[in-house]
Design a protein around this ligand. Structure first.
Ligand code: FES
Ligand SMILES: [Fe+2]
Length: 365
């Protein structure tokens, strides 16, 4: 993929409201869940337009290299792990180590062509996920986004570690998540309802993080919350607090509680949203959830709730969010005129994170 010039990118921003086609590179992106790559397994994943082959070495560590053999350009992700730490091309058997150096050429044996070298990437496993550094500066593991809420949590309180793909720029997905007013319309009945439209909106900054809050009081609980809290009072407060961690991961604290009581006294879940640009027009969307303030004690009921949260959230993203976001992308790309989106009070989160993102991209340029 060719990156646009700064002038083209600026024109794209003005035209669509997106920082179109440019990525922060010196940062961590989620390459996948840790269990996507079992022992001896290889997967191919496109990240920021680059094809990457990820495999697990015999020592348990993940290796990531360019997913293209320099011989005849076969994807190395079709190959297999040999000798514990090398990736063998499926086509004619060249082998590469985790640094991207050719470690074996059978044609003839011992002759290592100087151009048989591929790019390698640093990958770290943390919070049950694989994090890849796509930039050319020294990786800083202290900057991996904090998803410690996923660590050491009983399996019963977490939902499936799921993933899907959205055919749109990742910014449209971040916009969707940092403005949760859409839950009252797009997810009406499941995640929001007419009572939750009118909400107090708050915005905070912590370093580069942007945190958008919504608090609606005296509401009928939407369907998800009735399911989580079978003995719920007829009217509740509904709250959400979503944290954007640059460039594209979000952690949401969402639930319901007795009217006027602290949020922590209620019940809900930490909703995890990890977005990784596949290209400038497609996004890997990884998600899961961890319950808090669990008010149900029966194990069968809790198992049922665990499965239903996972299924309802997948339904909401796949059947409700994705079609709108993908259609937005088509409309934006088809526009012949300048698009200058209207900003409403609900857009404070998206407006603020875009400022931070723009600065990061400019700082790298
Ligand atoms: S294409 Fe990989 S060894 Fe020939
Ligand atoms: Fe949504």
């Amino acid at each position: 993929m060719t990156s646009p010039t700064p002038q083209q990118a600026k024109a794209g921003t003005a035209r669509s409201g997106m920082i179109d086609g440019r990525f922060v590179r010196n940062t961590w992106y989620m390459a996948g869940w840790s269990d996507d790559v079992g022992e001896g397994k290889v997967i191919g994943r496109k990240i920021l337009g680059e094809r990457v082959a990820l495999y697990r070495k015999a020592d348990g560590q993940i290796a990531a290299v360019e997913d293209r053999c320099p011989h005849r350009h076969a994807p190395l992700s079709l190959g297999r792990v040999v000798g514990g730490d090398r990736l063998q091309c499926i086509y004619h058997g060249l082998e590469y180590d985790a640094t991207g150096a050719c470690a074996n050429n059978p044609h003839p044996p011992g002759n290592l062509p100087s151009r048989a070298k591929i790019k390698s990437y640093t990958v770290v496993e943390k919070h049950k996920a694989m994090w890849i550094w796509m930039g050319d500066r020294t990786p800083d593991t202290g900057k991996i986004p904090d998803f410690s809420v996923l660590d050491n949590v009983p399996e019963m309180w977490t939902t499936k570690r799921d993933k899907m793909s959205i055919k749109a720029n990742y910014e449209l997905v971040v916009d969707n998540l940092l403005d949760l007013s859409h839950t009252c319309y797009l997810h009406e009945g499941i995640l929001g309802n007419a009572d939750t439209v009118e909400s107090e909106i708050t915005i905070e900054h912590e370093g580069d993080d942007v945190i958008a809050g919504r608090h609606a009081t005296d509401c009928e609980p939407p369907g998800m919350w009735k399911m989580l809290w079978p003995e719920h009072p007829p009217r509740v407060d509904k709250f959400s607090r979503i944290r954007w961690m640059a460039p594209s991961t979000l952690r949401l604290f969402v639930g319901v509680c007795d009217i006027g009581k602290p949020f922590e006294s209620g019940t809900g879940y930490h909703a995890i949203h990890m977005l990784t640009p596949e290209t400038d027009r497609s996004t890997h969307y990884f998600f899961t959830a961890v319950r808090f303030g669990v008010k149900t004690t029966d194990e069968t009921v809790n198992r049922d709730i665990q499965e239903k949260i996972g299924k309802m959230r997948r339904f909401a993203f796949e059947e409700q969010d994705a079609p709108v976001i993908e259609a937005q992308q088509v409309v934006i790309d088809e526009a012949h005129n300048t698009l200058d989106p209207i900003n409403l009070s609900i857009d404070i989160g998206p407006v603020r994170y875009k400022r931070v993102l723009q600065k990061m991209i400019e700082a790298e340029a």
